[in-house]
Design a protein around this ligand. Structure first.
Ligand code: AMP
Length: 465
């Protein structure tokens, strides 16, 4: 079915065309018509299925009619994490470029004052994490009585993070006559109850999970500590028969810093992340495909859709926050019937994220048997061994010991709010020789509690021209 049959406006179809989409995904085809008709909806789908556009697209057309009023947002989207909230904001920017809608992002880690200013002007779309929204509400800075379209996204994740009481309270502050859309990957009883209480005669659309991980991929989990990750990775890169590898990090800063660090260790490394211009990303991919570099350090921009033949290894320098990102990331290897290997470096902090991945894929990731000698050689010793270069022998760089590297572990993991941690017993890599000194870097103010995304432009932006 083409997008044109879903009842969306011409402006929206133009923006969809600009995004390069040929046809709606099943969740979009199922959800968009009833949402445009004003129905409540339960969408059982997870990220990777195109579910964001399934609610953002009809919302843009619904909100295209009518005007915003000061301090009274017209619609509200609740997201469990600031990363997801920012992703939804990006979607509004992308698909709403021919509309004149305004939006505000209300998430932790951003100065409250800026968010209040944005709200005071009046916004069509408010995208919020429940904690920050409740905070502003309690300060009397926001009225939800004009908000007659509500989206509760990732409801089961909200449940895991302890947000359900907040959501119930938020629902009572919205007008009773409203349209409510609830998306969740699974429907545990608490979410079913929530839906029964706050949705009216909802349509229910369920779509299949994205493909699980592939049998050609030998996946291993390497348990380590944050301050050992770089050493462990370097050792793996040297010990494994790496032809080409993609190393995934959760944050762009980590991508940059890790790529620099690996270059210093003589690896032939490139990088790709969302802050780079498209032309620069393509150039870097071309170098990778041509074999000028054999290691690509990447953020999740490279996790989906990237089809490069012969990637022998994927390394997750960070455990992805979203379990299906794990499936997408490791799916860059083991393609077209080839065998591939995927190593995920996990610290004790990652226990819950690992459990989520194992729940999604339905399989426990084998724990790598990492002896102390293999996994925890000090950085200095590792540097002495030349790294394999794809085309030529390692060029002896001028003798230089790697400088102490900045760390941003806190930034790498911390989210708002802290998800509940499982009480799994601590398992750590064997005791290792003393690591190279790593001074703690001061965090930039905008990154104070973990955010490193493109925030300021989303605070209150006019969409379109
Ligand atoms: P989501 O499930 O919303 O996280 O979307 C997953 C990915 O699918 C995003 O990168 C979207 O840009 C992309 N996407 C959404 N809708 C379509 C579509 N109809 N065709 C192709 N890609 C899409």
């Amino acid at each position: 079915m083409p997008f044109a049959d879903l009842g969306l406006s011409d402006d929206l179809l133009r923006a969809i065309g600009d995004s390069g989409y040929n046809e709606p995904t099943p969740i979009q085809a199922g959800a968009i018509p009833p949402v445009l008709m004003g129905k409540d909806l339960i969408g059982i789908a997870q990220t990777g299925t195109g579910k964001t556009a399934a609610f953002v697209l009809p919302m843009i057309d619904i909100l295209g009619e009518g005007r915003s009023r000061a301090r009274m947002p017209r619609s509200l989207i609740l997201e469990p994490t600031r990363e997801l909230a920012a992703q939804v904001a990006e979607n509004f920017e992308k698909y709403g470029k021919y509309h004149k809608l305004s939006m505000a992002l209300l998430i932790g880690g951003v100065q409250m004052g800026d968010q209040v200013k944005a709200l005071e002007k009046g916004v069509d779309v408010l995208i919020a994490t429940p904690g920050r929204l409740m905070d502003l509400f309690q300060r009397g800075k926001i009225l939800l009585t004009g908000c007659d379209l509500l989206v509760i996204d990732e409801a089961d994740r909200m449940l895991d993070m302890g947000f359900i009481p907040d959501i119930e309270e938020i629902c009572t502050k919205l007008p009773k006559q409203r349209q409510t859309l609830l998306f969740s990957a699974t429907m545990p009883p608490v979410i079913q109850k929530l839906a029964a209480k706050f949705l009216t005669d909802p349509r229910r659309i369920e779509v299949a999970r994205p493909a699980s991980s592939n049998l050609n991929i030998d996946a291993k989990l390497v348990e380590t500590r944050s301050d050992k990750k770089r050493d462990v990775l370097r050792d793996l890169l040297r010990a494994e028969d790496v032809t080409t590898a993609i190393i995934f990090c959760n944050r762009k800063t980590t991508v940059r810093e890790l790529a620099t660090s690996l270059k210093r260790s003589n690896f032939a490394v490139g990088q790709i992340h969302g802050d780079m211009e498209q032309a620069a990303r393509i150039a870097e991919l071309d170098r990778f495909k041509a074999g000028d570099i054999n290691i690509l350090v990447a953020s999740d921009v490279a996790a989906r859709g990237l089809d490069i033949k012969g990637v022998s290894h994927v390394f997750n320098f960070d455990v992805p926050w979203q379990p299906d990102d794990y499936v997408h990331r490791i799916g860059r290897t083991g393609r077209a019937g080839a065998k591939g290997k995927a190593f995920t470096l996990a610290t004790r902090e990652d226990n819950e994220a690992v459990a989520q991945i194992e729940k999604l894929t339905g399989a426990k990731i084998a724990r790598a048997d990492t002896g102390a000698s293999e996994m925890s050689a000090p950085a200095e010793a590792a540097e002495e061994r030349p790294a394999r270069r794809p085309r030529e022998e390692a060029k002896p760089k001028e003798e230089r010991r790697e400088k102490a590297e900045p760390r941003n572990d806190r930034r790498d993991r911390k989210r708002e709010p802290e998800p509940r941690r499982s009480e799994a017993p601590r398992t750590e890599a064997p005791a290792a020789p003393k690591p190279a000194p790593q001074p703690r870097r001061e965090l930039e103010p905008a990154d104070e509690d973990g955010w490193n995304g493109p925030l300021p432009s989303f605070l209150s932006i006019g969409l379109g021209d």
